[in-house]
Design a protein around this ligand. Structure first.
Ligand code: MG
Length: 505
């Protein structure tokens, strides 16, 4: 007798749950490694995580799981599943097919190479010597070319890699959007540079004791919706967010006692990521319906809170009095208007992670062009410093003086994360497009924010984005919410409007 559909699907969900328990465990260990683990714990931690990661891979690719997946896929194709179940099968199938295309040997080779490359990159950056890193980066791009051809692609090998972070994004259309942004930003920055308005970011300097910063950050996090009963804030060198389950989401931040925004900005950013994780549907835990759609959509959630909200006038209309009270020196003597301008000061910088909203995406576009060129074979690794420096000059008007603050600044390539960078810009663009839609759906959005009321906005994000998990694909979700696919128009409008006011262009 054929097995009833419900028990087949239940068995499938049980197997998926087991995989998620292992994934959660690995995430807890990864979080602990960056937050609390003592130095001497590194070796046993590496062994533990590699064993568990192997176990996870083994379970996911086992014959038993494959058989079960084929059976639910058959049930799905035969129209025996509901829409949510179909979406679950579709997404697990996607992941499984990709994993199956990569031989174990290639995966292991890449893991070994990138762990070595990471050490070499750190050394090379310390000495500002790109040549040390060249042979490793060449091998990484070689293996990544292999991976791309095994996975398969239609327009560019780059799409096969991008797909891992931004499912179904095509290089050709991403390139078009990025180049639109580039062609807008380069002349726009020249206009800002020529503005008679002088914004002074130095007024934000002061002495901000860490304990008082922590207290203020927590107030902001709570007010905008972070659930402290389903999450924690800790400290780490590089801020990040990790969710083990919607009921247990961790963020980290860092502190600089002279620069308040070093922590506050990154806290709001990570809270944005965390609100997404806390807003996923816990009843679907273990399935793709309780997972984020893509890195671009995830980043849109952090950016919309960090920039559209957290660097906006209404937000500071509400929070500025509390900030003045927490740090009377220097803020009691600074008018809100000057404070707002200083927060949004535009100045090209060599370092991506220190750049402002108006210049940030040029850093990404430069990396995208280089990655794409290397994969497609039109650029060579050894020529990178020259190419990098020329583009920095062209886009941001800056002279790169050494490799450490130039081509060697980011960790991504050493870890084999090729195709990752564009998701930062996609996130910025989605944020602008979503914010526009939210502002037209919510009657008095900015008046509410100015009163410290964030519930409607969060509810909008929850209902339209968070709760769906991977049910919709990114492009589909964007069309549902905004009436059109992702495009550069909204970001360009947002930047133009915001900075034309600040710099009186
Ligand atoms: Mg982020």
């Amino acid at each position: 007798m054929p097995q009833a559909k419900s028990s087949l699907f239940e068995e499938f969900r049980t197997r998926l749950l087991e995989l998620s328990y292992l994934e959660s465990t690995l995430s807890v260990l990864g979080w602990d490694e960056q937050v609390y683990m003592p130095q001497k714990g590194a070796l046993i931690r590496a062994k533990t995580t590699s064993y568990l990661a192997g176990l996870l891979h083994q379970k996911f690719t086992s014959g038993a799981f494959e058989k079960l997946l084929y059976r639910v896929q058959e049930a799905s194709l035969a129209g025996k599943l509901n829409d949510q179940e179909k979406a679950i099968v579709r997404e697990v199938w996607r992941e499984f097919v990709r994993e199956k295309k990569l031989p174990k040997k290639l995966v292991e080779e890449l893991a070994l190479l990138t762990s070595e490359a990471h050490t070499v990159w750190r050394e090379a950056r310390k000495k500002s010597d790109f040549k040390l890193f060249v042979p490793y980066l060449e091998k990484i791009f070689n293996l990544k070319q292999k991976e791309a051809s095994l996975v398969g692609f239609t327009d560019s090998p780059y799409s096969a890699l991008l797909d891992l972070y931004e499912p179904e994004a095509q290089t050709t259309s991403v390139a078009q959007i990025l180049f639109d942004i580039r062609d807008f930003l380069v002349p726009f920055l020249k206009k800002i540079k020529g503005s008679k308005v002088k914004v002074d970011p130095r007024i934000l300097r002061g002495n901000f004791p860490q304990a008082r910063q922590e207290k203020f950050n927590r107030e902001v996090a709570r007010k905008i919706g972070f659930d402290f009963e389903a999450g924690r804030v800790d400290e780490s060198t590089h801020p990040f967010t990790t969710g083990f389950h919607p009921h247990d989401v961790r963020i980290t931040t860092r502190f600089d006692t002279r620069n308040l925004f070093y922590s506050l900005g990154s806290t709001i950013h990570e809270v944005g990521h965390a609100l997404y994780e806390q807003g996923l549907a816990s009843e679907f835990f273990g399935t793709p319906l309780a997972e984020s759609i893509s890195l671009g959509i995830h980043e849109s959630q952090s950016r919309i809170w960090e920039n559209q909200i957290g660097k906006g006038e209404p937000f500071w209309k509400f929070f500025y009095p509390a900030l003045q009270k927490a740090f009377p020196k220097p803020f009691s003597k600074i008018a809100l208007k000057d404070f707002y301008r200083a927060v949004n000061y535009v100045s090209p910088t060599l370092i991506r992670t220190e750049s402002d909203e108006a210049t940030y995406n040029l850093h990404i576009i430069l990396r995208f062009e280089i990655e794409k060129g290397l994969l497609e074979g039109s650029l060579q690794v050894r020529d990178l410093p020259e190419i990098w420096n020329a583009k920095m000059k062209e886009y941001l008007g800056l002279d790169v003086t050494d490799a450490a603050t130039g081509v060697l600044q980011d960790v991504h390539w050493s870890g084999g994360a090729i195709g990752y960078f564009p998701t930062y810009t996609l996130g910025n663009l989605y944020a602008a497009q979503f914010y526009k839609a939210a502002a037209s759906d919510i009657l008095n959005l900015e008046e509410e924010i100015a009163k410290g009321e964030f519930a409607h906005f969060l509810e909008w994000l929850r209902k339209n984005i968070h709760l769906h998990g991977k049910f919709y694909k990114a492009e589909e979700l964007c069309r549902n919410l905004t009436g059109e696919g992702l495009n550069s128009k909204y970001f360009i409008d947002y930047i133009t409007r915001k900075y034309s006011r600040i710099y009186q262009l």
